[in-house]
Each structure stands twice: as structure tokens, then as C-alpha cells.
Design a protein around this ligand. Structure first.
Ligand SMILES: O=C(O)CCC(=O)C(=O)O
Length: 269
């Protein structure tokens, strides 16, 4: 089955599949609620897998890693995980963009991004739309609008002249996930539903990949081995919300945000 997914991914630059049952997805949604009760809002905080067990378990879920392995190979680094949450009835959106614009990676194909729905991601709630095959065209020109508070993207980066006639919406039920290539052009609209739209976005790299520009990135081995040591080492949480991990995570999140605002390759989606 992963071979079929990999073939679709190579052609379209995006593929979707089921990872969790609805009941499992709602347990992980409850874990997010519990995490937010302690840590405050978690929308767009980086590397949440270093501080909470739920995103760590999801990011290292065997079914997820089987898909990732079919896309980037058996050695897998977990680089980032971020909840992307649109509150009901808000103007929050994501402009048309490509994730890899500011990453500065050597091998753009040795990277993939998963988006796992923990609440219904529908057209109404602002699911992602993708332009299938756009990853094959490589980088497009982006402009920046960092003052656009409604845009989830920190720099408000956007492709102005995008032909969206071939765009396809990727609605996902809780427990379903999409996997997209870093050059796949994508965006998402407002949440006009009455529920939160919640996705856990997780980014993976193959260890042979490396940064050719920007500040040093860190990651952790999710499967296989890293015989390249091209990245700093992130630590898995010993237990949920361990105070030591919370302190480390606050600093990591700051570093990621600072790096991105300076156009470092933090890989924020
Ligand atoms: O959550 C969204 O609506 C957009 C996420 C995104 O751009 C990404 O995962 O690369």
C-alpha cells in the first residue's frame, strides 16, 4: 500500500491516507486540550514533540513512519511538529506558498511534511488546497507581507501570480493525514465552521540532507540511524510536560521563531 502512496506522491507532490481511528484522534485532541491548559495556546508553537507525549507518539507512529519511509527512505529524522489551529469563525488563513522557500536544504527531495487532522478539516473549516504536480516545477517567486496578522505564516510569504485553476481541496477527517513535498504549492482558507480546525504538522528529513544556508537546525532520529550528524540533537520527552523539557522547549521554540523571522531555515510551513 505504501508503494501506491509513494507513486501518487511522486506524481502529485501530495498524498492522503488514514493513520488513526476516530476514537484515537479524539484522544489525541483531548491531549492537546490538556497540554493547552498547562502551556497556554499551542497554535504554531514549534517542536511540541519535545515536550508532550501525544505529538511525540503521533510523529513516531509506525503507520506514519511507514509512509515517510516510502517517500524519503528508511533513515528518518523528525525535525519539527506544530499544531496549526484555526479557531471557529476567524479570518485566519494561509497564503499560497511553498514550504521550502526559506529552508536552505541541500536535497529538497529528502524532506516531507505530514498534516494529521485531529478535528474535521473540511472546506468549511479551512482545509488545505494543493496544486498537484506543482512540486515538479521547483521554486516560485514569493513576496512577503509580515504584517498580515490573519496569515498563519510568520513572514506572510505568498506567491502572487499563482494559477489556482488546478488546485484541489484536501479535506481530512480526524485521524486522516496528508503528506506533501516542500515545493508543492498550497494554501488554506478561513474556518467558517463552529468547531476548531486542528492539524498536527510534522516535518521529516533524511539524515543525508543538510543545510547549505542559515543557522544550524536540530532534529531527532525517528527511525533507522543517522550516520551523517548534519543536525543538532533534539531530545524526546521523558514524560508528558516534564518541567525540564518545558524549559528546553520554550528555548527551542524561540530559536525556531527567531531563525525564521531572520529567514533562517526553520521550516515553518
Ligand atoms: O494548516 C494549514 O492550513 C496550512 C499548513 C501548511 O501550510 C503546511 O502544513 O505546510
Amino acid at each position: 500500500m505504501t508503494a501506491d502512496l509513494a507513486e501518487t506522491y511522486r506524481r502529485d507532490g501530495v498524498v492522503a491516507t488514514t493513520i488513526l481511528s476516530t476514537a484515537e484522534a479524539s484522544e489525541h485532541r483531548a491531549a492537546l486540550d490538556a497540554g493547552e491548559a498547562v502551556l497556554g495556546p499551542l497554535h504554531y508553537r514549534d517542536k511540541v514533540h519535545t515536550v508532550m507525549m501525544s505529538p511525540f507518539e503521533l510523529a513516531t507512529h509506525p503507520t506514519v513512519l511507514d509512509v515517510v519511509e516510502s517517500l524519503i527512505g528508511p533513515d528518518i529524522l523528525l525535525y519539527n511538529s506544530t499544531y496549526i489551529i484555526k479557531e471557529p469563525g476567524t479570518e485566519t488563513y494561509v497564503s499560497w506558498h511553498q514550504d521550502l522557500t526559506y529552508w536552505g536544504l541541500e536535497d529538497d527531495d529528502a524532506q516531507v511534511s505530514m498534516w494529521l487532522a485531529l478535528a474535521p478539516a473540511t472546506v468549511e473549516s479551512g482545509c488545505m488546497s494543493m496544486i498537484p504536480g506543482s512540486h515538479l516545477n521547483g521554486p516560485a517567486k514569493h513576496n512577503k507581507a509580515p504584517d498580515d496578522a490573519d496569515n498563519v505564516l510568520l513572514l506572510g510569504q505568498r506567491i502572487e501570480d499563482v494559477d489556482t485553476s488546478a488546485a484541489i481541496a484536501y479535506p481530512l477527517a480526524p485521524g486522516e493525514a496528508s503528506f506533501h513535498h516542500g515545493w508543492t504549492v498550497h494554501a488554506s482558507g478561513h474556518n467558517t465552521s463552529t468547531d476548531r480546525r486542528i492539524g498536527l504538522n510534522v516535518q521529516y528529513l533524511a539524515p543525508h540532507n543538510r543545510q547549505v544556508s542559515g543557522d544550524a537546525m536540530s532534529a531527532m532520529v525517528a527511525r533507522g540511524t543517522d550516520s551523517h550528524n548534519n543536525f543538532g540533537v533534539d531530545v524526546a520527552p521523558a514524560r508528558n510536560l516534564d518541567p525540564v523539557a518545558v524549559e528546553r522547549w520554550e528555548a527551542l521554540d524561540d530559536t525556531m521563531k527567531t531563525g525564521f523571522q531572520a529567514e533562517g531555515p526553520t521550516g515553518d510551513p
